[in-house]
Design a binder for this molecule. Structure first.
Ligand code: SAH
Length: 250
């Protein structure tokens, strides 16, 4: 049987007991129909998980005692930040969901020359929705942490930030020299990496040049043109494959 997993805020765990916050209590009691005696896993969001035996379940309050604790094995060794250009609604959400399953540590929605204009950029409501998608995908995929979903930022600012933070790669379908294998082989095995993926219309030449000038490495993902929501999770997966993070649990 699947043991349900819940990311809980730090204050939900105290003195060997876990009290689910209201929204999760509702879900546990009404949707999942858990009962006293059932076990759940409560994740502190910091990579530690607690097995909890429930002793009180009603739609207002769900709580139980911690029976075991340990470090989650769901987190990759390499930290991948995905700078993904904004996409029409559900396409961006697919990238978030699939990227979370794959093991992305942090998402940064990216405004670029050809990404969607104003209306579709990150409103507060949207950010909240994106964070919920990441949390649910992290629970389902047995991650130990919920990946961060940050506020959208402009391309130039993002390039500055990424170039200052270590290795950074940009997927460009017109790259004719460097493939993804070569680009990843150039990195230390588990070094953190930032990856940039463009919008439906691709990056404009000036963006690619600005990124290169800042030290971001351009790479090809092969001769096929991928949808943006495919390219982001794919490149994240390849970066985690190269770091040895696609192996059985220890
Ligand atoms: N509209 C563009 C393609 C954009 S694909 C065109 O027709 O030329 C969306 C994004 O996915 C691109 O900006 C790039 O970051 C990434 N991408 C898709 N296919 C790729 C490939 N074969 N190599 C490298 N990047 C790719």
């Amino acid at each position: 049987v699947t043991v349900h997993r819940f990311f809980v805020p730090p204050e939900a765990i105290a003195a060997g007991r876990v009290v689910l916050p209201a929204d999760l209590a509702q879900q546990a009691a009404r949707v999942l129909r858990l009962r006293p005696g059932d076990e759940i896993v409560a994740l502190d969001g910091d990579g530690v998980e607690h097995r909890v035996r429930l002793d009180r379940v009603d739609s207002r309050r769900v709580e139980g005692a911690v029976v075991a604790s340990g470090v989650s094995r769901g987190e990759p060794g390499r930290r991948v930040t995905l700078y993904q250009a904004l996409l029409p609604r559900e396409r961006f959400e697919w990238a978030l969901q699939k990227g979370t399953e794959i093991g992305v540590a942090r998402f940064v929605p990216l405004q670029t020359a050809r990404a969607l204009p104003g209306r579709d950029s990150a409103s507060p409501g949207k950010l909240e929705r994106w964070r919920r998608i990441a949390r649910e995908a992290a629970e389902q995929s047995e991650r130990g942490r919920v990946p961060a979903v940050e506020e959208a930022r402009g391309f130039a600012e993002a390039v500055r930030e990424a170039a200052g933070a270590g290795a950074a790669l940009i997927a460009w379908e017109r790259e004719a020299e460097r493939g993804v294998a070569e680009a990843l082989a150039g990195l230390q095995r588990t070094a953190p990496v930032s990856i940039f993926v463009g919008p439906e219309g691709g990056f404009v030449q000036a963006e690619v040049e600005a990124a290169r000038a800042a030290g971001v490495v351009t790479l090809s993902l092969g001769p096929r043109i991928l949808r943006a929501e495919t390219a982001g999770p794919l490149l994240a997966a390849l970066a985690l494959f190269a770091s040895g993070d696609m192996e059985p649990r220890p």
